[in-house]
Design a protein around this ligand. Structure first.
Ligand code: GDP
Ligand code: IMO
Ligand code: MG
Length: 423
């Protein structure tokens, strides 16, 4: 049996959490493969709203196993809070949640380094979520990191203290004022480690490959989005992991020939939170309407998300990098009432029209060229079948499908699990 992937195709927050939750009933295992508590995945059902950061979005289903893969970075403190938030739902987490021994740990000093790095950058800051993601992945690739499996060794505290010592020295290099009480942070951290240790640590690549042999169905849940990929995103305004399909192979230990369907998820418009180029960004009433109607505030940081028109150059690029086989379009309901919709179909790049994503997409290099569409007035949020969708929405969908040459199989028309139309 193959492993299916679900990936964000824009700058994150496409609605991955919602769709993983919708699809979980078809899967035996849901596995996160990269990112960490920088992610905020929202699920809404039965009148409850849940935001997950590190725990896979399949956790609410009775029969699915949930795995935090080796490519993920875990902050025990945030993880403990996530577990506490789930306590009231009696989910039997201990038997349903597995953690890879090879996943790296976010230490309190990683968070401090993130803050110091951002402060020292001033205006050029990345707009990081300040969860310590960059410094933790730096320690991973620098071969200094601490892994979950280390917690099973007797000398893990020595390792911890040596790494923390190094971080404290590094903090001084930044020459910025960061206030912290290490003793307090460590108390919280060590307490959270004890909670983490009550969960099951496994050699997850072995577990997944056995599961594949035994014909189990597996869905890999991406975090962030393709344009935040460390290699293919809008570098340096990106996150520190591979958010594209290849990241699922390295982040889970699953070979490329074991990947089946690649679900690519995108909003019917575009949002971005944090700094960095965003060619179709709107600074007018239309952008304001998208933000207000779409309630575009970060699920992790609460920051307002920047909003703009759909960028099909970006979408096509992301589809190509990850080999997307099916598209999922989110938040079409937010566009109800716009008399005209726009989608960027090429760029004016330094005076020449181009249809691919160039190296530089900053404002002074790129101006989007738009195709216009007639909007629809109908409220979509109560719709349950493709047959009732307005003609203008169908035209918009058809245009996107033809442009990127991949079918849109799911249209989401509201945040609730039930507000999902399968085409
Ligand atoms: P993720 O990080 O990709 O899981 O996405 P987030 O949870 O950060 O952001 C998506 C937001 O849009 C959440 O507040 C969802 O509840 C909401 N949402 C998801 N799908 C839809 C939809 O089709 N329509 C509307 N109006 N909201 C949606
Ligand atoms: P989900 O999984 C949207 C952005 C941050 C910042 C940049 C780097 O919910 O889609 P980091 O903390 O990773 O060093 O921040 O990436 N970012 C996200 N934006 N959704 C996310 O995750 C994000 N995770 C990180 O805002 O610009
Ligand atoms: Mg999110």
């Amino acid at each position: 049996m193959a492993v299916n992937l679900l990936l964000g195709l824009q700058w994150g927050d496409e609605g991955k959490g919602k769709i993983v939750d919708v699809l979980t009933s078809k899967y035996d295992i849901i596995a996160r493969f990269q990112g960490g508590p920088n992610a905020g995945h929202t699920l809404i059902f039965d009148g409850h709203k849940h935001v997950l950061h590190t725990i896979p979005s399949g956790i609410f289903h009775k029969n699915a196993m949930n795995l935090v893969g080796n490519g993920v970075v875990i902050d025990p403190v945030i993880f403990k809070k996530e577990l506490e938030n789930l306590e009231k739902f009696n989910l039997d987490i201990k038997s349903k949640l597995l953690i890879s021994r090879k996943a790296h740990l976010i230490l309190p000093t990683h968070r401090l380094l993130d803050a110091a790095s951002e402060t020292s950058k001033g205006k050029a800051k990345i707009g990081s979520t300040l969860k310590g993601i960059g410094p933790t992945y730096m320690d991973k690739t620098g071969r200094n990191g601490m892994r979950v499996g280390d917690l099973e060794l007797d000398n893990w505290k020595e390792k911890y203290h040596a790494l923390t010592e190094k971080h404290l020295n590094m903090l001084e290099f930044f020459k910025v004022e960061i206030e912290f009480d290490l003793q307090e942070l460590e108390k919280e951290f060590f307490g959270a480690i004890e909670v983490l240790k009550q969960l099951t640590f496994i050699d997850s690549e072995e577990y997944l490959n056995e599961a594949i042999k035994n014909k189990k169905t597996i869905l890999a849940e991406g975090a962030q989005g393709s344009m935040l990929d460390i290699d293919f995103g809008t570098y340096p305004y990106v996150t520190s992991s591979n958010t594209t399909a290849a990241g699922a192979c390295t982040g889970l230990g699953v070979a490329p020939n074991k990947i089946g369907e690649v679900f690519g998820i995108f909003k019917a418009y575009t949002t971005r939170v944090g700094s960095g180029p965003f060619p179709t960004e709107l600074f007018d009433e239309d952008g304001e309407t998208m933000g207000r109607v779409g309630q575009e505030f970060g699920a992790t940081t609460g920051r307002p998300r920047r909003c703009g028109w759909l960028d099909l150059v970006v979408l096509k690029y992301a589809v190509q990098i990850s080999g997307v086989t099916q598209l999922i379009m989110m938040k079409g309901d937010v566009l109800s009432g716009f008399s005209t919709l726009k989608a960027c179909t090429s760029y004016n790049y330094q005076g020449t029209e181009i249809s691919h994503l160039p190296y530089n997409i900053e404002e002074h290099n790129v101006t989007p060229i738009y195709t216009e569409f007639k909007g629809w007035k109908q409220d979509l949020t109560g719709m349950t079948s493709a047959a009732t969708m307005p003609k203008e929405l169908n035209d918009y969908i058809k245009f996107i499908e033809d442009f990127v040459e991949v079918p849109i199989k799911i249209v989401s028309v509201g945040p609730d699990r039930k507000q999902t139309i399968i085409r």
